[in-house]
Design a protein around this ligand. Structure first.
Ligand SMILES: *Cc1c(COP(=O)(O)O)cnc(C)c1O
Length: 404
């Protein structure tokens, strides 16, 4: 496939700010500078935030309601609840699923640490199972043998944007009466076997953190098909109070009750204002990432460089990792960085962090996740990459890996 100018999808051209133009990668003496990530926040988002600043409610209110409605409609689910992070979304989803002290939640060690930490925040213990060697996703075939009488839920992660085998996981969950909470932080645009995040599970959690496909700097959401769950999470996002400020303002009811211990995770109107225009463009932006990912894949396949398999269904293309020999990985990563290319490791396996080692996990327990953690290098993948940058990354990474 050729990446020529005619194929570039012009994403959000008009909303590129002057400040962003000044920050465009300048050709360094040794070539190009390619950032690891660039967001798509521009003029439309600033206008949308200005409208909030000119209005009465800065915190959770009508703009959050609108974002929730649009997110639910985009995903084809009944309810969405706006929060301040995906970590909070996972925490509250587990609480709403009835997970608490003494319970176990089955999850993957190959994810961002938030996934397992949220289980601890709910008072429960993570039970890790190893991943598929070809995708890095939780291996659904290993889940059943990890179930104990204490197991309450399964928390799969759609790693890098490739959905896990939800069909298989939903069958296991039904058989053992477990709730499925999806960590869909990478998977807003994903679909597999006609299943999208949140459409068939107890709940799915999204992140709008700075490097995610739509972002408010920090932000998150839970989506669910269940009205009671949505209501519970809405209450738990604001200290457990029965009516948030905007609701009291709207209804004129001045008092409220607190009947459960909640947290402070409510998305505000400023975050929602940043997200609304990005959500409207999400498919166009995804298309450009898809194009870049396809170009990388074909070029690296030709060069004999390993990477996760393309997977099944629609990949959300949140991250694009390659896999290099663990002995050479850090040197290759440094060389890529020295060539002016932003790259990073996704992820160091969770069970090998000191916190988790102190709780009893050890090296060797999940060899496939450990191998991926020792081999992975994520390359720049975002819609603002120019064709010249994509070619520079492809050529430079291929050369460095070959010379290593
Ligand atoms: C980013 C991320 C999170 C955490 O999201 P926050 O919004 O920063 O809390 C959780 N899980 C995965 C897989 C992520 O990539």
């Amino acid at each position: 496939m050729e990446l020529n100018n005619s194929r570039i999808i012009k994403v959000d051209n008009k909303s590129t700010s002057i400040a962003e133009k000044r920050n465009r990668p300048r050709p360094a003496s040794n070539g190009m500078q390619v950032e690891f990530f660039k967001h798509n926040v521009g003029r439309e988002e600033l206008e949308s935030v200005k409208a909030v600043a000119d209005s009465l409610f800065l915190t959770t209110g009508e703009v959050v309601d609108r974002f929730e409605a649009n997110l639910a409609s985009y995903l084809g689910v009944k309810y969405a609840v706006g929060l301040t992070s995906c970590t909070g979304a996972l925490h509250l989803s587990l609480l709403a699923a009835g997970v608490g002290a003494g319970d176990e939640v089955i999850t993957t060690p190959m994810s961002f640490v938030a996934t397992a930490n949220a289980i601890g925040m709910a008072g429960a213990r993570p039970v890790f199972v190893d991943v598929e060697p070809e995708t890095g996703n939780i291996d659904a075939n290993l889940i059943e043998e990890a179930i104990t009488p204490k197991t309450k839920a399964i928390l799969p992660v759609h790693l890098y944007g490739q959905m896990v085998d939800m069909k298989k996981i939903l069958v296991i969950a039904k058989k053992h009466n477990l709730k499925v909470v999806e960590d869909a932080a990478h998977a807003l645009e994903a679909k597999r076997d006609r299943i999208r995040p949140g459409t068939r599970s107890f709940a799915a959690c999204f992140s709008f953190y700075a490097t995610k496909s739509i972002t408010s700097g920090e932000g998150g959401a839970v989506v669910t098909q269940d009205e009671k769950t949505a209501k519970k999470i809405r209450q738990l996002r604001s200290h457990g109070i029965t009516a948030e400020a905007a609701q009291r303002h709207r209804t004129g009811v001045k008092t409220y009750d607190v009947d459960d211990l909640g947290w402070k995770y409510n998305m505000d109107n400023i975050q929602a204002a940043l997200l609304l225009p990005q959500l409207a463009r999400v498919e166009a932006v995804w298309k450009r990432r898809h194009e870049v990912a396809e170009y990388y894949r074909q070029a690296f396949e030709r060069a004999g460089i390993e990477m996760p398999s393309a997977g099944a269904g629609k990949h959300a293309h949140h991250l694009f990792p390659i896999w290099v020999s663990p002995r050479k990985r850090n040197a290759v990563l440094s060389a890529i960085n020295s060539a002016g290319i932003g790259a990073q490791i996704n992820y160091p396996p969770i069970h090998l962090f000191t916190l988790y080692r102190n709780l009893g996990w050890k090296k060797g327990m999940f060899p496939r996740a450990e191998k991926i953690g020792a081999s992975a290098i994520s390359l720049p993948l975002y819609a603002k990459l120019t064709d010249a940058e994509v070619e520079y990354v492809t050529d430079t990474v291929t050369r460095i890996v070959k010379e290593s």
